[in-house]
Design a protein around this ligand. Sequence first.
Ligand code: ATP
Ligand code: MG
Length: 565
Amino acid sequence: MRASRFFMPTLKETPSEAEVPSHVYLLRAGFIRKLAAGIYDFLPLGFRVLKKIENIIRKHMDEAGALELLLPILTPAELWKETGRWDVYGKELFRLKDRHDRDFALGPTHEETITDLVRKNIRSYKDLPFNFYQIQTKFRDEARPRYGLIRGREFIMKDAYSFDVSEEMAVKSYEIMKETYHKIFKELGLDYLMVEADVGAIGGKFSHEFVVLAANGEAHIVFCENCGYAANIEAAKYEFELDKLPPEEEKPLEKVYTPDVKSVEEVAKFLGVDVKKIVKTLIYVLDDGTAVAVLIRGDRELNETKLLNYFNALDAHLATGEELEKLGLIEGFVGPIGLDIPVYADKSVEDLHNFVVGANEKDYHYINVNIPRDFKPIEFVDFSTAKENDPCPVCKNPLKETTGLEVGHIFLLGTKYSEAMKAYFVDKDGKEKPIVMGCYGIGVSRLMAAAVEQNHDENGIIWPENIAPFKLEILALNIKDKDILKTAENIYEKAKAKGIEVLLDDRDISPGAKFKDADLIGIPYKIVVGKALKEGKVEIQKRDGSLKQLISLEEVDKFLDSIKE
Ligand code: ATP
Ligand code: MG
């Protein structure tokens, strides 16, 4: 491709809306353009990367025996109503009506659509198993579309769905997808972790996420360097047994004056006790309007995903000052003793002795509180957010914490969708049974951003070779110099003949601008044809800085051979 005939509108300035490197560089290097919030054009450079990512995914999915198909984006409301997700999906579902006033949704995911296809076409155990996949545009009206391709409202996903006759077989399908995902992310050239994940609203039995490690990631994960355990903090089990305080003799309950002393740190300091002895009482209002109290030790943070899962709620929020007042409670001094809303406690509070809680009275706390003498929670539940240095739930080694971008998510769904939608088959024993399902997503367009988050420097993108828009860029530094242009064109033709994807920068712009654009766009290899040509030499470079060397024209052929696959 000749840059003079190509469309790569690079920008000198950082667009004001771009906050993270992938967003900045994909815009500046001319890979994407914004049409509206969370909606992007893929320009020719971006489209090339997208196709590379898709093709790597496609190759491995095909090898795993999955069958590619294409489902409609426009999906009738009836299907969503069968599983209850017409309501559950809430505002994230893009809804519209046809001319007959019938409801439709733009597909955010396709469990319902594929299950409908399968239930209409599969009768017997002999027809199974199947794994279907598609690579398609998805629509989600995200509350906060941001970071460019990382959280879009229109984005490209690979989604796959497996159908099996039993849970045992479904687990096998799941394991095959797990292995396939490892192959895909390795070939993409990304540094990633597979982590245990929360099952969340999609439902199901178990689930793993594939997370590309990056500083700006929204996924928080803990992992163990000793045994390899890794989990999203929403799913990581907190090993409270390993973090208990030593037992103590119970002391008499006492109400103490703590004027204006509210936060855990303030209370601990005022009373001269360890923060682990202060128990926070958090009042949450669930989506059905009920209030619950959740106790947690002062040094732990509550994880809202764990809370939602436990209460089977879609939404919950910490009670506001006003809501507390309505419940007759005083902010900063809420406690479980004598409270007439249901009290639950994190595992960190179990076996805790002589601790401190709010007294439900302004400026007072109770000290020397003990369970069950002074109150009794309904249940002790793991509500804690895992964090750095928590003991590993497998081997007890201190955990490490890091961030990343979720680029893949696999679920063993079980029969949640097949039962709701009556997708049955007749088994060997003649009985009708629900098909056992799994679903497997990859964020194709998010991957493009994730690759940049992980591979860039202050000058631009450094594409991993397998997904770079071109393998090689030839810079003809001064096209007015006939020798330079001719040599560059010769090398370009040779590279093309060898099957190397090559971009020739033959634009009539300054050498400085060419170098800047090349750094921004991030093609892995460069051949610079410039002043050294007088000595019969060109410079070969790698974008990652590991190579910068003058070679003679005779050596160019060998270099080209060395970089072609
Ligand atoms: P998230 O927690 O980031 O919202 P999710 O759990 O909603 O993700 P899934 O429904 O599992 O995501 O979708 C499969 C994959 O699609 C995700 O792993 C992610 O890579 C990608 N994805 C999800 N939402 C978006 C989005 N708004 N923009 C771009 N990619 C997305
Ligand atoms: Mg989401």
